[in-house]
Design a protein around this ligand. Structure first.
Ligand SMILES: [Cu+2]
Length: 335
């Protein structure tokens, strides 16, 4: 007993290296597509998300009341630095893994972060008529509920004049319906959705994913998965964001998209696609990064493995080298 206390005291005085060594990854949670979960597993996940909304905030932002808000606020505060950069996919990998950790460690969730393979739902058949996608993802009991109530799209609230928004108001069914779920940051709001079927369906095609996966190196791959801010060129990232959030919903808002609980399933899917691409040549792709440090600065200074991403009060600062392997460094999960 006495010896143990001495050891601990000694640890306290030692340099940081031993205590910052990441723990070994054993028993990684296995992430599955939403529909691969049993119904009790789906309910357990939805309950854990609701639990985050009733667990006190740990961040110092104004208006964050709970742990769910914390994640939205951190993303919001960094939006202008973490998109259209070389570390986009790795920042979001770290962010989703930290959310998964919060669900497990703070809300007693025993499963893994599920993902939503949007390509499984993207269909071109009823592209302009579909109001509510017919998918178990939006199931009112075992899913995330459906579209928002219809709200008028005007030049004031739709300045880019994006066509095809079919909702825009508060979600009316499911666990995140109006009166049962709010986001508090930056201001209090119901969860809004504004399904845009043509974007979801054309951008979500498996062929779009296939062309991303054919990219030969990290920098071109990273650009392909994120896409460019244009509705003329299909990209898989925009499919989940604008297909669900459209013009007026949280998912379609670059700053506040993590206010949409499906954000974590959509980005889980992008991460799964990343890991599948990495596995095509793992030896190389566990160590290959690239793309700009500064937004849109293609051809400028590129990120390296030493480049650090920082999700602040959620989990701090980590070099990209620690985020390359989903079962090593700071990460511990699998697909
Ligand atoms: Cu983002």
């Amino acid at each position: 007993m006495g010896a143990q206390i001495n050891d601990e005291a000694f640890e306290g005085f030692s340099v940081a290296a031993p205590s910052t060594r990441p723990p070994k990854c054993s028993n990684p949670p296995k992430r599955k597509e939403w529909r691969q979960l049993s119904k009790p597993q789906r309910l357990a996940y939805l309950d854990a998300v609701k639990c985050l909304t009733t667990t006190k905030s740990i961040t110092s932002f104004n208006n964050t009341l709970n742990r769910f808000d914390d994640f939205q606020a951190v993303h919001n505060s960094q939006t202008d630095q973490i998109h259209f950069v070389g570390f986009f996919i790795l920042w979001h990998r770290y962010f989703v893994a930290t959310y998964e950790k919060a669900l497990r460690e703070e809300c007693g969730y025993r499963g893994a972060q599920p993902y939503w393979n949007v390509s499984q739902d993207a269909t071109l058949t009823d592209i302009n008529t579909l109001r509510s996608f017919d998918t178990e993802i939006f199931d009112p009991r075992y899913g995330f509920g459906g579209n928002g109530e219809y709200a008028e799209h005007t030049p004031a609230n739709n300045p880019l004049n994006i066509s095809g928004g079919t909702g825009g108001g508060c979600v009316q069914d499911g666990p995140f319906r109006e009166g049962h779920f709010v986001t508090n940051f930056p201001t209090r709001s119901c969860l809004k959705r504004d399904f845009i079927p043509w974007i979801f369906n054309t951008f979500g095609q498996q062929s779009v994913v296939d062309s991303v996966q054919s990219q030969p190196d990290y920098a071109t791959w990273a650009l392909a998965i994120e896409g460019i801010p244009s509705f003329d060129v299909p990209n898989i990232h925009a499919s989940g964001h604008f297909g669900v959030g459209g013009v007026l919903g949280q998912a379609g808002n670059a700053y506040n998209s993590p206010g949409e609980p499906l954000f974590y399933l959509h980005h889980g899917n992008l991460d799964r696609i990343f890991w599948e691409w990495q596995q095509q040549d793992l030896a190389t792709r566990l160590r290959q990064v690239g793309g700009p440090v500064a937004p849109f600065d293609y051809g400028g200074v590129n990120v390296t493995l030493d480049f650090e991403v920082d999700i602040g009060e959620l989990s701090g600062r980590v070099p990209l080298s620690q985020l390359m392997d989903i079962k090593g460094g700071f990460l511990c999960y699998e697909y």
